[in-house]
Design a protein around this ligand. Sequence first.
Ligand code: MFK
Ligand code: FAD
Length: 518
Amino acid sequence: REYFQQQSPLLGNQYIEDTQLIRALQRVLPAKILKEIEGDLTQFGERVVKDILELGRASENNPPKLIQYDAWGKRIDKIVVDESWNKLKDIGCSEGLVSIGYERKYQEYSRIYQYIKIYLFACSSAVFDCPMSMTDGAARLIELYGDKGMKEDEYKHFISRDPKTFWTSGQWMTEKTGGSDVSKSETIAVSSGSGDGKTCNLSGYKYFTSATTSEGAMVLARDVDDAKTMKGAVEGSRGLSVYFIKLRKPNGELDRIQVHKLKNKFGTKAVPTAELELMGTPAVRVGPKGRGVPVIASILNITRIHNVIHSAATMRRCVAIVRDFAHRRTVFGKLLKDNLLYLSTLAEMELEFRASLHLLLDVTLLLGKSERIVEKQSSNSEEQKQIDLLLRIVTPLSKLYTAKQSVTVASEAIEALGGTGYMEDSDMPRLFRDTQVTSIWEGTTNVLSMDIWRTLKEPLTIKFYFQSIENRLIQANKLLNNDNNIQKVISVIREAMKTIRSVIDKVMNGDMEYAESN
Ligand code: MFK
Ligand code: FAD
């Protein structure tokens, strides 16, 4: 007998089929630039459902392993990754996933071009966007705080388009004492005695280190004169500085680092994340002593936008799969695409996706503008101050909102495929697990809300694409200045996010008048 065979949902070109993305790009990019980059986005949109998706699946199916000892009992701490993981690194490099943002061929619009490529890459690449994001952040940190030597050396590796010279970077902040609150960090930096005041040796235990196969890492550590007595240590986060380390010696061995374990994670399974110990690892300070938090924040402000990318990309991938499925699955005599109840579920998902996509583009545009103004050497201008302030608020705001929504959408997408959506090889559980972390790493929802609350103390004369968010933020700012009630302020901030959703809802229902007035 021949039994019924359900057709599986298929993914087409992820750029061409993403009509919302194309429309949104028409909104934010000058037509000439869009025309110039369209060819590249089209070829990449094809690749992410072909070789990149296959490599991502292979990496996921063969996660990293830690080999701590060789046959003779020598400690080697080798992290073995699947060859597909290395190939994803080469592809990410040659596709310019970091470099586009620094070549700045399209001035302030370069970031949009770069981040849309990462958006296409994220859900096919087994979260290789994680190492790419931290490398992007490290490049930015060097651009802002690095000396001439670092700009000629490490920076060039991070923004290279040649896989032979390309490096990725980690970002090591979290310790057992705390990830949100780093003030009790125990890792110490002791001068190497070279006399330049910058080279040190680091010792301490880092509790979460992602992309541990990277060539380098930016590390938070406390400066001390003497490791035994802790003389010279300044307590709290003001005693911390940022140090750059190279993880391995030229022969490939770890340089005074012991990897104690690989984390057994709920998701992001292909990304190696380790607990490790620095045992006098040679390091160079980047940025001023005792300014570790604001210096490393230049990475956080980039990686938090990468989080928005990952969340928006997850929603888009879920919508793409469910939409296609709706054209192939028949229930009660009708294709799901013709079932109004099913469509209303899909519309909810689409709504969240669109809101997040617009937020992503707006925050990216702000980042591009901020970097561009600095480049034009007018960093003290009022325009710069306002853009930076807005960016400082909109970055955590979009990160916290899109992270939460992506988990909801990914969960809904599993159900939308029925029982098969719950099966590992449908790809849906992976999307769900991978996006669950976006609300934890790079700052949890509460921590980011607090960060927005602190920033809102600055005087605000906001200009933002969504008028209604602007109004809410100004309202929060006033509340703060009047009675300093944090609960009220945070609830207004969260209302601002709901507003985005309602504006997009109106747009989807054709109520342009409402949408434009907001
Ligand atoms: C898929 C894409 C993503 C891939 C992710 C990659 C893998 C995951 C990697 C990680 O998870 S890395 C670890 C991430 N960790 C965090 O995000 C930490 C979360 N905690 C916070 O953000 C806390 O708010 C913070 C550590 C910053 C609190 O530290 P403090 O020292 O108590 O902060 P405080 O007093 O608010 O700020 C100290 C200074 O830093 C201030 O400057 P001033 O000294 O000049 O006044 C702040 O303005 C400045 N600062 C803080 N946050 C900033 C910032 N400056 C700019 N931007 C920010 N975001
Ligand atoms: P805590 O800081 O102890 O937080 C616990 C809870 O308290 C949270 O719900 C938090 O929201 C809440 N909370 C904290 N402060 C407040 C407050 N003021 N008000 C109200 N609630 C509050 N870190 C790195 O440095 N480098 C990495 O490469 C890295 N990779 C990671 C990879 C994965 C897969 C994961 C899961 C984490 C990774 N992290 C990394 C660590 C991550 O950044 C931290 O887990 C995160 O910042 C939270 O810190 P914590 O785990 O210490 O939790």
